[in-house]
Design a protein around this ligand. Structure first.
Ligand SMILES: NC(=O)c1ccc[n+]([C@@H]2O[C@H](COP(=O)([O-])OP(=O)(O)OC[C@H]3O[C@@H](n4cnc5c(N)ncnc54)[C@H](OP(=O)(O)O)[C@@H]3O)[C@@H](O)[C@H]2O)c1
Length: 247
């Protein structure tokens, strides 16, 4: 596909859900995907699948809470392909619980993965993209980054508001470097995400809510749409939710 073929695209959280679907779609359209997540067995299987179909994929064990891991992922892309066209900062977790439950470790983890993980991705590509005078940073936020999802999703919402804010600031600061910034905000998408809550009762409620969920490929197509635009066209923000979802 024009404007996707041969683009070097780094994707975090590619071991399942949105990241995996995006890797498959972009690689199927000729992109060179460089994939990271902690579950290396899943990354290896995905790389094997993509390359088995004639696609171009490379995988790394990446924990986005470790800055060095994210740097190694991006370096891996540049060492192999000589440049980086886009990064999809997709890794995320969503442990839902009321504030009064004081799940402080989960608050820490959400901040570490959903905010700092995205920032580490930005930090790893920014100097390279500035030098290239070309690049595209796609950060995955949420509808919970528009409306506070309470009770239960308060801290998750806070992290996604932060993703939207930092991506917009990045866009304003790096227009002159020809770096495009895109915020993709999904609603309920059928992935493993609702299972990241620590309490069974919450997971049960989420499973009920997620009965309306749409496939991860819906988000992959939106990411692909943003990437395939000409370099002077920036898709700033996309919100995708099930038609039946209210918020
Ligand atoms: N599904 C939804 O309804 C929905 C709605 C709004 C926004 N989103 C956002 O979409 C993004 C993708 O989520 P998903 O729905 O595809 O859920 P998912 O299937 O659970 O995928 C999450 C991905 O994040 C990775 N991840 C988690 N912790 C990580 C860490 N420390 N380092 C590196 N990777 C890590 C996981 O890989 P490993 O565990 O292998 O590391 C996994 O590949 C997230 O940012 C999420 O907040 C999803």
């Amino acid at each position: 596909m024009p404007n996707i073929t041969d683009k070097v695209v780094v994707i975090t959280g590619a071991s399942s859900g949105v990241g995996e679907a995006t890797a498959r779609l972009l690689a199927g359209n000729g992109a060179k995907v460089v994939l990271g997540a902690r579950r290396k067995d899943r990354i290896d299987a995905l790389v094997g699948d993509i390359t088995g179909k004639g696609g171009n994929a490379l995988g790394f064990k990446t924990d986005v809470t470790r800055r060095g891991d994210v740097e190694a992922l991006v370096k891996g892309a540049v060492d192999k392909h000589g440049r980086i066209d886009a990064i999809v900062n997709n890794s995320g977790i969503m442990p839902i619980a009321p504030m009064a439950a004081l799940k402080i470790e989960e608050w820490d983890r959400m901040i570490d993965v959903n905010i700092k993980g995205v920032l580490y991705g930005v930090a790893a590509v920014l100097p390279i993209m500035q030098k290239q005078k070309l690049g595209h940073i796609i950060n995955i936020a949420s509808v919970a980054g528009f409306k506070v999802w309470a009770p239960g999703g308060t801290v998750y919402s806070a992290t996604k508001f932060a993703v939207r804010a930092l991506t917009e600031g990045l866009r304003m600061e790096h227009r002159a470097d020809n770096i495009r910034c895109t915020i993709v905000s999904p609603g309920a998408i059928a992935t493993e995400l609702p299972e990241s809550s620590s309490e069974e009762a919450t997971r049960k409620n989420l499973r009920e809510f997620y009965k309306m969920a749409i496939p991860a490929d819906s988000i992959a197509r939106a990411i692909s749409y943003a990437i395939e635009q000409p370099a002077d066209v920036e898709i700033g923000e996309i919100v995708i939710r099930p038609t039946a979802q209210d918020f």
